[in-house]
Write a protein that binds this ligand. Structure first.
Ligand code: NAP
Length: 240
């Protein structure tokens, strides 16, 4: 029987690449989007049989309903990928409380809520995989991204603690920390900054969403059966 993966924020970028890769590897795929309906519908068309769910990961009602719909449609939830995220690039002194709260509600509260509701299902089966998407900035901190870095650091601490809590229930919890990946999130980055980042990266280039997706697929597979609580960098070696 096919396993079911629920990928938050899979209308675009890393989430969409992950949805395609899991689909091509035989998973039942649940695509979640919040705003990008056009992109989500196009992806649904590309992946016949997948389940498309609109919902805001920062809202408890949306999350509980999406997890319930996943289980009633496919029978279980085997893999949860907490990918939905936003960034704020600004000086701390220019960042508003509203921006901080929105960032934390999606990047951190979203990860908490989906994990909470999916875990209830996974515990029943005594198995499951949770893969959280952090960032290199959650490891090392980025200048002008203190709030984003803090939110991604929280995702790392959450991963480690939850791995300890859920290990006895047969559930692994791991984290992927991507470096600079070519998605809409980086559309505003100047060409000179892109080049400077490539120069600092041992592999000399930025990464693709597909490269992150392959690591997520590995962590969801039986090949990663004895791996939990780990933070895996997919960053071309920029943090060593
Ligand atoms: P992206 O292209 O901007 O896509 C972000 C995705 O998150 C979209 O599908 C968006 O869906 C979804 N999303 C945002 N708010 C949401 C909400 N409230 N509820 C549900 N979905 C929501 O970004 P990306 O680069 O693929 O980023 C994916 C993840 O990787 C994020 O957690 C990001 O922090 C992390 N990351 C990215 C990079 C990078 O360089 N790109 C590096 C490190 C880590 P809608 O458009 O439908 O709202």
């Amino acid at each position: 029987m096919s396993k079911t993966v629920f990928i938050t924020g899979s209308s675009r970028g890393i989430g969409a690449a992950t949805a395609k890769l899991f689909y091509n590897n035989g998973y039942n795929v649940v695509i979640n989007y919040n705003n990008s309906e056009k992109e989500a519908l196009a992806l649904q068309k590309e992946l016949p049989g997948c389940l498309l769910l609109k919902g805001d990961v920062s809202k408890e009602k949306d999350v509980s309903e999406m997890i319930a719909k996943t289980v009633s449609h496919f029978g279980s939830i085997d893999v949860l990928v907490n990918n939905a995220g936003i960034s704020v690039v600004n000086l701390l002194t220019d960042t508003t409380l509203e921006e901080w709260e929105k960032l934390f509600s999606i990047n951190v509260t979203g990860t908490f809520l989906t994990s909470k509701y999916a875990t209830k299902e996974m515990i029943k089966n005594h198995s499951g995989k949770i893969i959280n998407i952090s960032s290199i900035w959650g490891v090392s901190g980025a200048c002008m991204e203190s709030c984003y870095s803090a939110s991604k650091g929280a995702v790392i601490a959450f991963t480690k603690a939850l791995a300890k809590e859920l290990g006895p229930s047969g559930i692994t919890v791991n984290c992927v920390a991507p470096g600079f990946i070519d998605t809409d999130m980086n559309n505003d980055v100047e060409e000179a900054d892109r080049k400077a980042f490539c120069d600092e990266t041992p592999l000399g280039r930025i990464g693709t969403p597909e490269e992150v997706a392959k690591t997520i697929l590995f962590l969801a597979s039986d090949n990663a059966s004895f791996i939990t609580g780990q933070i895996i960098g997919v960053d071309g070696g920029v943090i060593i």
